[in-house]
Design a protein around this ligand. Structure first.
Ligand SMILES: [Zn+2]
Length: 113
């Protein structure tokens, strides 16, 4: 039983080390969309033919109460934004795993009372 606890603490340490640097973390998800300029004669926006301009990138962030903020992202910032989102997802994943280990540790402590 003692070993089980030691194993759990070891894997928790490993998980904590996997935690990424949170400095550049970003919420939301990145969407792409085509846009229409509505200029007459634009070959990109021609009715039924053109696909419009773009894609442009939008960071969609939930504000709660079903409200969403949509932030246009310039192409040169796209990779940076993607990395921020990936960091967020990675942190959530590791955090859940740490919480799971702590649940098991809690069970071990109760068992050994
Ligand atoms: Zn156009």
């Amino acid at each position: 039983m003692k070993d089980r606890t030691a194993d759990l603490i070891t894997s928790r340490k490993r998980l904590v080390q996997q935690m990424p640097d949170p400095s550049a973390v970003l919420p939301g998800s990145l969407l792409s969309r085509m846009v229409r300029c509505n200029k007459p004669g634009c070959r990109y926006c021609e009715k039924g033919k053109g696909k419009g301009h773009g894609p442009i990138w939008i960071l969609s962030v939930s504000l709660g109460n079903r409200r969403v903020r949509q932030i246009p992202i310039p192409t040169e910032l796209k990779i940076e934004v993607e990395e921020g989102l990936q960091t967020f997802a990675q942190m959530q994943k590791v955090l859940k795993q740490i919480a799971q280990v702590n649940l098991e540790l809690l069970a071990e402590r109760k068992r050994r009372r």
